[in-house]
Design a protein around this ligand. Structure first.
Ligand code: UN1
Length: 518
């Protein structure tokens, strides 16, 4: 393993201590160790991760719960300063974060730049939120002159479970939102992207996040399951699959019955996102936006466009443009600046996506329209990597697609102008409600679609990915998530509780002291 010396490593961090072993039957056992390989070339080793286990998960929760009172007492302005310092350190460590985005997560150069920028934006925005909410006090006076007020307070300890597709941005966004609110955090990043998460945690500690306020655990489902089964949590922030969110919800309910408190779940989950294109849309613009939305980030965004719905009058021409654009995509090594589409995250993801393409090939009503080959200028060995070729498939119905396929696969569906409402209803009927693209030059039509669609984020005459913090607060409804929208003004308040405090007009100070002491 000597060649690992120059690579990254990650292990759980509990109360500031790196944990490499755990106790079992009175003896110290080493944690399970995993080698992380670049998804675009398995010979490239990114580093080594030691996974936590259920026992360490419980220790991490208890440490965060024990640290709650101390972190909550830190003034909002100081919490905000620490988050702003985190943003600065992320920017100062830009080169290393870029390398981690590319080598561990297989992100393209542009996606990696955007990733770091978004993480920095989350830190600065939620820092502002900490201060804003601290200043907001709702004051009330009754007719007899008695005073009462409402103030925001921390809730307690949050578990943050983040995905591999935004291994720094969403990971950081969840944590800093909870910290901004005065909550303590146990963070469990996706097991596929532990290295960048660990590096991010190190920068947060360096910025001044106290070791008790942020506990860091690595690992997969076993660890996540143990975290969400804890009976002393105040909430869970989760981004990932709808199924996992449902399991977490169940676990929270089961364990809440035991101790009486119901932790909140903030879940940001899947999508079956459509782009609706009518005959007045600008074809070149549509194709540019659809290709970016479907194949950017190798389609590994919950916001990605999965179904391009084209009014039949213009469908043939649009499909031809789409085929032309797809032929121009550069698929290959994500560290080459010219690359548009990198690998998918791992072999499981590749296998699931390719089996969907195979199923569509044998489906009589479906038709493969285009598939972009690997670029010869950025050759990587296919056996040593996890590439899925960008593929466009024409389908006759949404049902035949069979749910969300998290990768570079775009379905194309023709619709008749008079059946627009049925189309919107069919999109709504998937149960998801994350993003919707609308391309039309008729304002009334765009507005009509927007009103009828049940969806969290709509994008008109543009692409439908890449929501910007504090510009497009992001989040879905239905099977796509619980809200509130990340990067918007309702997010941090949801992580806090509004406390109503009433005072006797006769002795306001005495009453106030009594309230605070209780
Ligand atoms: C996700 O893919 O898990 O707008 C959600 C966007 C991103 C999506 C994040 N904010 O493309």
């Amino acid at each position: 393993d000597s060649h690992l010396d120059n690579t990254w490593s990650a292990a759980p961090v509990i109360n500031g201590q790196a944990v490499n072993t755990f106790e079992q039957d009175g003896a110290n056992q080493p944690l399970d160790s995993h080698t992380v390989r670049a998804p675009w070339n398995h010979n490239v080793i990114a580093g080594k991760v030691q996974y936590a286990n259920a026992e360490l998960a419980r220790q991490a929760i208890d440490a965060a719960v024990a640290g709650q009172a101390k972190w909550q007492a830190v003034p909002a302005s100081e919490r905000a300063a620490i988050l702003r310092k985190t943003a600065d350190l992320y920017e100062e460590n830009y080169a290393e974060l870029m390398a981690l985005c590319q080598i561990e997560a297989g992100k393209t150069t542009q996606d990696s730049i955007d990733e770091i920028k978004e993480a920095v934006d989350f830190c600065r925005f939620y820092a502002d939120e900490a201060e804003r909410l601290n200043d907001i006090t709702h004051e009330f006076t009754d007719l007899a002159g008695k005073q009462s007020r409402q103030v925001y307070k921390a809730r307690g300890t949050f578990v943050c479970i983040s995905p591999w597709n935004f291994p720094l941005a969403i990971y950081t966004g969840q944590i800093v939102a909870a910290l901004a609110a005065g909550n303590t955090v146990v963070a469990k990043p996706a097991e596929q992207t532990s290295l960048i998460a660990h590096f991010g945690a190190k920068l947060m500690y360096q910025a001044g996040v106290p070791s008790e306020a942020l506990q860091f655990v690595t690992g997969a489902g076993e660890v996540g399951g143990a975290l969400t089964a804890a009976d002393n949590l105040s909430g869970v922030i989760f981004t990932g699959s709808t199924q996992t969110a449902q399991r977490i919800n169940q676990s929270l309910n089961d364990h809440a019955q035991a101790n009486g408190e119901l932790p909140i779940l903030i879940a940001e989950t899947g999508g079956q996102n459509a782009m609706i294109v009518d005959s007045t849309a600008l074809p070149e613009q549509v194709v540019k936006d659809a290709v970016l939305s479907a194949f950017g980030s190798a389609g590994q965004r919950c916001s990605a466009c999965r179904i391009l719905c084209v009014q039949e009058d213009v469908a043939d021409g649009l499909i031809e443009l789409l085929q032309g654009h797809m032929a121009e995509l550069v698929v290959g090594n994500p560290t080459y600046v010219a690359t548009d589409v990198g690998p998918v995250i791992d072999a499981d993801a590749k296998q699931g996506l390719e089996s969907h393409i195979e199923r569509m090939k044998s489906e009589p009503t479906a038709n493969i329209l285009a598939q972009t080959p690997m670029s010869t200028s950025s050759v990587v060995s296919e056996e040593q990597s996890t590439f899925v070729l960008p593929t466009a498939i024409e389908v006759q119905t949404i049902d035949v697609i069979g749910g969300e396929h998290f990768g570079p696969i775009l379905h194309v569906l023709r619709y008749k102008a008079r059946e627009l409402d049925q189309l919107i209803d069919a999109i709504n009927a998937t149960g998801f409600g994350l993003t919707l693209g609308i391309h039309s030059r008729i304002e009334n039509i765009a507005e009509h679609i927007e009103r009828r669609a049940v969806v969290g984020n709509t994008y008109v005459n543009r692409n439908q990915i890449g929501a910007v913090v504090n510009v497009q607060p992001f989040g879905g409804c239905g099977l796509s998530g619980t809200g509130p929208k990340a990067g918007g003004p309702h997010y941090v308040p949801r992580l806090m509780k509004l406390s109503s405090e009433s005072f006797s007009s006769a002795k306001p100070n005495a009453t106030k002291l009594a309230t605070e002491a209780s």
